[in-house]
Design a binder for this molecule. Sequence first.
Ligand code: AMP
Ligand code: ZN
Length: 113
Amino acid sequence: MCLFCDIIEGKIPSNKVYEDDKVLCFRDINPVAPTHVLVVPKKHYDDILDISKAEDGAEYLGAVANGISKVAEADNLGNGFRVINNCGEDGGQTVKHVHFHVIGGVKLTEKMI
Ligand code: AMP
Ligand code: ZN
């Protein structure tokens, strides 16, 4: 069982921002900024390493990039935003289905890099 696979299949409700055949973008349940959307490939890959190794990974990563731009458009993030991918234990990944946090709607000051 994977939480995000269940959300993709509609078994668990989500607040959708954008969706196509390869990607689902929905609002994070615990937002850290006015916009906090998760961009999730509709096919299960554990993490960025897994998707980068897969034969169809580039196709899904392209869909992720498009999903990010749709979220930016939907939430009027023309002034900028941040994309974060947590990978593995040291990266603090809690859901083992690769996803990208799109964070914005406010001037982001807490920069690690
Ligand atoms: P990460 O820590 O990078 O693996 O991110 C997992 C994210 O999923 C966290 O920011 C959670 O708040 C979010 N999350 C967990 N359950 C749900 C849910 N049911 N709907 C939306 N977001 C969720
Ligand atoms: Zn999954």
